[in-house]
Design a protein around this ligand. Sequence first.
Ligand code: AMP
Ligand code: MG
Length: 498
Amino acid sequence: MTLAPTDDAPFAFDNSYVRLPDRFFARLPPTPVAAPRLIKLNVALARELGLDPARLEAPDGVEILAGNRVAQGSEPIAQAYAGHQFGGFVPQLGDGRAVLLGEIIDSTGVRRDIQLKGSGPTPFSRRGDGRAALGPVLREYIVAEAMHALGVPTTRSLAAVLTGEYVFREEALPGAVLTRVAASHIRVGTFQYFAVRRDTEGIRELADHVIARHYPEAATASNPYRSLLDAVIARQAALVARWLAIGFIHGVMNTDNMSIAGETIDYGPCAFMDTYHPSTVYSSIDAQGRYAYANQPQIAQWNLARLTETLLPLLAETEAAQLEAGQAALTAFGGLFEAAYTRELRAKLGLMEERDGDLDLAHDLLDRMTKGEADFTLTFRDLADAAVDPTADAKVAGHFNDPAAFAEWASRWRARLAEEGGEPEARRQAMRRANPAFIPRNHLVEEAIVAAVRHQDFQPFEDLVAVLARPFDDQPGRERYTLPPRPEEVVRATFCGT
Ligand code: AMP
Ligand code: MG
């Protein structure tokens, strides 16, 4: 098998999912679109994947990215999955508007899925049209790439193509197709699909595939399936801790939107918080606040409980032993999350050593930020300067309604910093790497989308993507992108747009 792209094949596909039993997916090509036009190619990612950007930008390449041509070696499928949506179980969801073109081995030897999203109806489309509007495609492109630059495991955005067709939502909107790259698109809901059908053999085959692909160390464990479950739980705990550390709210943490590989996946009404408040919700479809910022750890654990249920038959011989193993695996989540989150908070506060009251110190600041309506990102970013220079306190305090609330906390923080050694400038640099200056603020994302959708002006999108690729650097001349929205710019709700 050749792993390098050839003259007539820009992707050297090496597909494994399609070798699983037929009931795991439906085979079908993407549906062609009227007038494909490439609006963005992620050149750096293309290179990382061992692809030739020039070939993808050429007319034949764009046809592939639009779904108008099936590339050589592609075996397109829509994957089957189920899922709990807002707590309610749906036994069949599946790729209703996405097609997995195939898998490639990237330049570091890692297997990656290449998927088109917005590629037309499939047997899983239910009442949907199988398409995506430009706005949500740009949103996913921007946020996924920002998350990657922020050091968060995530699916990636390889390309966005305009279809030259309209999609009809509340209004007629330009259609687009996103090329998404993922470690895999296997979800908690993929396991649920087989579990609800009492298809234990399917669960076993899926679990074996996932172990080989994502958790090879589990293969040699005394109980590979228990080891797999433990590893998935550990990755999710670390992932959600990372989300909280950067102020990210996924918005639709349904079990079908939780990746088994531990990547952030399915960016819909997701958002980054401006003003800190633990109960922040942006999603217009999350009326109850089920997926609010601070609920995300509990929801992750709830989703993992659903995963655990599907794996029970593989965990042990007797029902009692299965339940005991499942319970033990799940119980670990709390400690793993707490440890990961504490590590994140220590880094944000510049605490290099571990002390007992650290979590309490961090929560004290967060409580004061809540009451003081402080901007989450700027408060922590400016704290790095205050770590070396107390006169920078004024800048941090300026983010609070009541600057005295910060001053009280700062004296407690300084006393704690004094307990440990370390070079102040090294601490400042470490804090700057833990506390980004640039996040995809809602009003900036909105601005880029409006310019593209209403005025066919993709420059704001390009500029935003470029700024967000270097979130931890100071970018002179780009200060505007660090700022919270002015009152008239505040985005209160984000939409799925599906
Ligand atoms: P999401 O909330 O976008 O993760 O999607 C949940 C389910 O709805 C998945 O099965 C999707 O494939 C399906 N879906 C979302 N949008 C569409 C659409 N426009 N056409 C068909 N299926 C869709
Ligand atoms: Mg989804």
